[in-house]
Design a protein around this ligand. Structure first.
Ligand code: ADP
Ligand code: MG
Length: 489
């Protein structure tokens, strides 16, 4: 698109509201006892109700309700003591009942917020309008046969939480940060596994442009985005598309669009003229859902420590920077592993060092070898031992990197590797002194230069000493003795 530059919208302000569909972690569906495991053979997890057989009655799954309550508490929202299930009527082959049971007028949760993490450790609060429970649809497949479509009802009736944000998001970066933070909270809570590539978490992005202090513009809705990166790309494309329409004197039309990840563009799916009238009405098979305080309180008592609280605790307890703390708490497993490792360390300041080693070396090797945090090639407490060996002076930080590489390759304990490879740091001053004297004798010209004021030569001489000790000398000790020897003569 000519003359339009990503991230530059001139006088136009971007307005984004996100609708997230999060599949509830539960062994059974929202209104039937059928199983929900991902990847099962088609149509093996379907109760009569899910298949739309006449005369079947929905029975509300209490556990799914508890999961929604827990999520409501985790996003700082009001859990409504009365909510109502409505029928949303429409025809679609993968919707055998002819309607979806959802909550329109009285959702189970309203008025929450999450604080999203932006660059430079800034945060922004995004308000959440509501969270409601609803059924997922089945899945049609059109590309397995030239003239037949296949339908899998395993997903039909699985519980979803639809989480709707206020239109307070102002850029693709903020939208991505919102989804990341929400996903992190859901995973901490154990209410949604957040696996976007398996479709457990899908995002609809509503995007519009307006001039500040004027009413919002008309929005387009990009449906069913299934990765954070695609969400960013889809929104960026959509902003430029709308800018071009407006700058050319046109008007954005309200419509539903789809993102095509291979081409990086959004495409119109249906316009507002086709907007459906769902004929919502309260489902006569289900009574209003009434929650007792005691039930909500009992769930409150089981709430885990969530990422924001954990981050503040890590900063205080382990003296971590904002950056390190943020990285470590983003995934629950990483945060738990970090604390587990710190529990084994004894050295002064070990927690801070372990954070560095985990973020730089461990994550680096994990990415390179495509391994997960639950699948490290060595026992996690070895990282604590390694850091302790640096702190007590057995090895230098530089040698520790070599030890780490070996640890990663062999899974062996660092102390063993250090002995096997003879990497123990030389702190014996007589050995260091001898090496220094040899270097001074062998480099008379450089020593002369140093003594006549050319101080840069010092680095060269240090290098020579370290080299003769195979990098195993304590750098602080080498530094002190070399200075002494050079100034006395
Ligand atoms: P619908 O249910 O028809 O999709 P809602 O009013 O419930 O409409 O809004 C759905 C989402 O769209 C919400 O996340 C909301 O914040 C967002 N939204 C509403 N108006 C706008 C707008 N003008 N621009 C961008 N997002 C918007
Ligand atoms: Mg919508």
């Amino acid at each position: 698109m000519k003359n339009l530059v990503q991230g530059q919208t001139g006088l136009w302000e971007v307005v984004i509201g996100l609708e997230v569909h999060a599949q509830v972690v539960s062994n059974a569906k929202l209104f039937s006892g059928a199983a929900t495991a991902f990847g099962a053979d088609p149509n093996t997890q379907v109760a009569f109700l899910d298949a739309g057989m006449p005369g079947m009655l929905p029975v509300l799954n209490k556990f799914c309700v508890d999961q929604a309550i827990k999520t409501g508490l985790g996003i700082n929202a009001t859990v409504n003591k009365v909510s109502v299930f409505d029928r949303k009527n429409y025809f679609y082959p993968d919707l055998p009942l002819g309607y979806q049971i959802s909550q329109l007028y009285y959702p189970i949760v309203s008025n929450g917020y999450i604080d999203i993490d932006l660059e430079n450790n800034e945060t922004k609060r995004i308000n959440i309008t509501r969270l409601h429970l609803e059924q997922d649809a089945g899945k049609s497949t059109h590309d397995l046969h030239p003239n037949l479509s296949y339908i899998d009802f395993n997903r039909a009736g699985v519980a979803l939480m639809e989480i709707v944000s206020e239109p307070e998001i102002r850029s693709s970066q903020e939208a991505m940060a919102y989804v990341k933070k929400l996903r992190s909270i859901l995973r901490y809570l154990g209410t949604c596994d957040g696996n976007m590539e398996q479709g457990s978490l899908r995002v609809d992005a509503n995007v519009s442009l307006h001039k500040p202090d004027t009413p919002f513009g008309t929005r387009a809705e990009i449906k069913n985005v299934n990765s954070v990166r695609f969400l960013g790309q889809a929104i960026e494309y959509e902003i430029l598309r709308q800018l071009e329409v407006i700058e050319n004197g046109g008007a954005v039309v309200q419509e539903t669009r789809l993102f095509d990840p291979t081409k990086g563009v959004t495409r119109s799916m249906r316009g507002k003229e086709d907007a459906m009238d769902y004929r919502y009405f309260p489902d006569p098979d289900l009574r209003p859902l009434v929650l007792e305080d005691a039930r909500i309180d009992a769930i409150k008592a089981t709430m885990p420590e969530l990422p924001d609280t954990k981050r503040e605790r890590f900063k205080k307890e382990f003296l971590l920077t904002d950056y390190d703390a943020n990285v470590l708490v983003a995934e629950k497993e990483v945060a738990e592993l970090y604390e587990h490792i710190v529990g084994f360390a004894k050295g002064q300041g070990a927690a801070k060092l372990i954070a560095n080693w985990l973020i730089v070396e461990v994550f680096g090797a994990m990415n390179r070898d495509d391994r997960s945090i639950n699948d490290l090639p060595f026992a996690p407490e070895y990282l604590a031992s390694l850091v302790d060996l640096i702190i007590d002076g057995t090895i230098s930080g530089k040698i520790a990197k070599d030890v780490f590489v070996k640890m990663w390759e062999t899974g062996k304990e660092p102390a063993k590797l250090i002995e096997e490879l003879g990497l123990r740091q030389v702190s014996d001053t007589s050995v260091i002194e001898k090496a220094i004297e040899e270097v001074i004798a062998a480099n008379a010209a450089q020593v002369e230069q140093y003594r006549s004021g050319k101080e840069q030569v010092f680095g060269f001489l240090i290098g020579q000493v370290m080299k003769s000790l195979q990098g195993k000398a304590n750098p602080g000790v080498v530094n002190t003795i070399l200075k002494q020897k050079l100034s006395s003569s």
